[in-house]
Design a protein around this ligand. Structure first.
Ligand SMILES: Nc1ncnc2c1ncn2[C@@H]1O[C@H](COP(=O)(O)OP(=O)(O)OP(=O)(O)O)[C@@H](O)[C@H]1O
Length: 623
């Protein structure tokens, strides 16, 4: 049985009615074992205390085993495979694929792979429908395509393949089409309309499209389809080194797990096998998974390097490379590791592999770095006329440090009171530090609000448990650091609160993008005070561009920063840029050959775009 927000609050209210000693017990209770025999989450302040029997957080839903580490999935992934058939379709590609059975890559041709198809778990069998019961059903109406109708799209590069309007226009193969249908994707989102034909044409791509707009499928579909119709991969012949054909890199473990879950759905019964490898989870399970054969490897960079150093993965047969959150992957923290993987190991060079970079934000200096990895690439920017206003309402409130907690409490109370018929919604609260996350979570629990936390000091098992507990609504408040800012697709997040604002406007864009996804509406509230002055200008510009109400005081802060010469560094935006997805190659400062690449400089496509470029230093489809 799932505990709803209303139940949880009622429980909390009951607890609050008793003595403070019993409140302490309520909190301490999280040390009790949860259902399914897994230890329940223990808030940080109680980790060394004796175990009692009640819980601050409502009990988490039981979980099916994850592909790696045994804790990440909500789905009943061990269920037998049903539906769909690799051989059943009439598509040429499927026939080719089926006809090559046993000779090509995929589990049925790998050492030890044997008769794996029969054992393929059905990734569509999950308990989403049960989860929906706890949430407001009007939130489940699926993607709102009207929100995307007049979306401005810009492409640049040579010979850009034309976009498609429907999935039927692309020959993805019957099995993949069946999986798309199972995902309930009726038609492609704008980024998919453009990116899929570009990728299927074999072109390198740098794609910038707003958060929650379906970028994962935009790179997964062409990869899966190309593997299905391409020549067989190498046979491992007794070697324990895995030889994937495609590599998808992402910056966080949870995002890698999520992309892998998506890839498994899209590739169900296609014969294409996706495996995930990420840090913090037991490596032995991942090694066993790799030994069974891998076509698509989804990985975080650190774990991948580890596997390569152990000679358990070789990239010499990579045909497709995708970097999700590519600007993050190439910023100062990750760049050396990515260069090592892409340029200094055994991966085929650009031009011999196909490379796809995706993100919602692409600062120019990162585009410049990224161009080292790309060959004659197409730049694609997908924005939205009407901007984000329709989907994410952004609010900024001036709140001093000492008032933040009481303000947060007001917001959470308001949110609870607006919940229809006891249905709940989720609130994601971003803070700057791990310690701050633990402390706020503790305080929320003490005040009767079931909360959990995700940050880099927690074990991977705790992180996955926290995410699961949040997704199911068992703990409808998640306090997070930036580790949860990018890519995570969590349905029913109604409110993102920037308790501490980030220093970088791009981080803000990704954080608020955890709500208002796939055409649904969302709310984002930020607490601003003097310590955020450096963000004032870029925040105010972003809000203006998204047709949000900018408070007068924020405009004054922004003006003061402009006069004092502080504009938010690389985050500075130009006012009034209707469309910020600008290809850096269009800059006059860019010299042909500077990126080792030819750029034709012609626009290949434009849909409904009537505005000119600004001189924004940041390319963001939110503009
Ligand atoms: N064609 C489609 N029709 C309906 N829903 C879709 C379609 N494509 C993707 N979605 C859904 O939209 C949601 C957002 O997709 P996804 O996570 O790929 O977004 P994203 O662009 O990668 O976001 P972010 O920038 O935050 O990483 C997912 O729940 C996905 O299942």
């Amino acid at each position: 049985m799932r505990t709803s927000w209303a139940d949880a609050v009622a429980d909390a209210d009951n607890s609050a009615a008793v003595t403070s000693a019993s409140v302490a017990n309520v909190v301490t209770a999280s040390a009790a074992p949860s259902r399914g025999g897994r230890p329940a989450y223990v808030p940080p302040h109680l980790r060394n205390r004796p175990v009692t029997t009640e819980s601050c957080a409502a009990p988490a839903a039981p979980a099916a085993p994850s592909p790696v580490g045994g804790t990440s999935k909500l789905s009943a992934s061990a269920a037998p495979a049903t539906g769909g058939s690799r051989r059943g379709g009439g598509s040429v590609r499927d026939v080719v694929r089926a006809g090559s059975s046993g000779a090509r890559t995929g589990w049925h041709s790998r050492g030890g792979g044997g008769n794996r198809k029969e054992r393929e778990a059905n990734p569509f069998l999950n308990d989403d429908e049960t989860i929906e019961v706890a949430f407001d059903s009007k939130e489940n109406s699926g993607i709102n395509f009207d929100a995307y109708e007049d979306i401005p799209v810009e492409t640049s590069g040579e010979n850009v393949p034309p976009p498609v309007n429907t999935f039927a226009e692309i020959d993805l193969g019957d099995t993949l089409n069946e999986n798309i249908r199972r995902c309930r994707y009726v038609k492609p989102t704008p980024v998919q309309r453009y990116a899929i034909p570009i990728s299927l044409a074999g072109r390198d791509l740098m794609a910038c499209a707003q958060t929650g707009s379906g970028k994962t499928a935009a790179f997964c579909f062409p990869i899966i389809s190309a593997i299905m119709r391409g020549p067989p991969g190498p046979r491992q012949r007794g070697s324990r080194t895995a030889l994937p054909l495609a590599l998808i890199l992402s910056p966080t473990r949870e995002l890698s797990v999520q992309i892998h879950e998506e890839a498994r759905k899209f590739s169900f019964q296609t014969g294409v096998r996706a495996v995930v490898a990420y840090g913090g989870a037991p490596i032995n399970q991942q090694l066993r998974d790799l030994e069974r054969g891998v076509d698509i490897l989804v990985a975080t960079p650190g774990r991948l390097v580890d596997l390569m150093e152990r000679a358990r993965v070789s990239l010499q047969h990579i045909r497709y490379l995708a970097l999700d959150e590519a600007d993050r992957m190439l910023d100062m923290g990750f760049e050396p590791q990515i260069r090592r993987i892409v340029e200094q190991m055994d991966m085929p060079p650009r031009g011999q592999r196909q490379t796809m970079l995706f993100s919602a934000t692409f600062p120019k200096e990162i585009q410049r770095l990224a161009s080292d990895f790309l060959y004659k690439y197409i730049f694609l920017a997908v924005g939205r006329v009407g901007s984000s206003t329709d989907l994410i309402v952004q609010r900024v409130e001036f709140v001093t440090e000492s008032d933040k907690r009481s303000h947060l409490m007001d917001l959470i109370h308001a949110q609870r009171d607006s919940g229809a018929h006891g249905k709940q919604s989720l609130t994601l609260v971003f803070v700057e530090t791990k310690r701050g996350a633990d402390s706020l979570e503790h305080w929320l629990c003490m005040n009767g609000f079931p909360a959990t936390t995700i940050h880099g000091d927690r074990t991977q098992q705790e992180r996955e448990q926290a995410l699961r507990s949040f997704k199911t609504g068992a703990t409808p408040i998640l306090v997070a650091t930036d580790v949860a800012a990018r890519g995570l697709d969590i349905p029913h997040v109604a409110h993102v609160i920037n308790f501490d604002l980030p220093n970088d406007i791009d981080d803000y864009v990704h954080r608020i993008g955890r709500t208002g996804r796939a055409g649904k509406s969302g709310l984002a509230t930020a607490f601003f005070n003097d310590s955020n002055a450096s963000l004032a200008r870029s925040l105010s510009e972003l809000m203006q561009e998204s047709n949000q109400e900018v408070p007068q005081w924020l405009t004054r802060y922004a003006a003061a920063r402009s006069h004092s010469g502080g504009g938010g560094g690389r985050n500075r935006r130009s006012g009034g840029a209707r469309f910020g997805g600008r290809d850096f190659r269009r800059d006059s400062s860019y010299t042909k050959g500077g990126g080792g690449d030819y750029y034709g400089g012609s626009f290949g496509a434009s849909a409904g775009y009537g505005g000119g470029y600004g001189s924004a230093g940041v390319a963001s489809a939110w503009d």
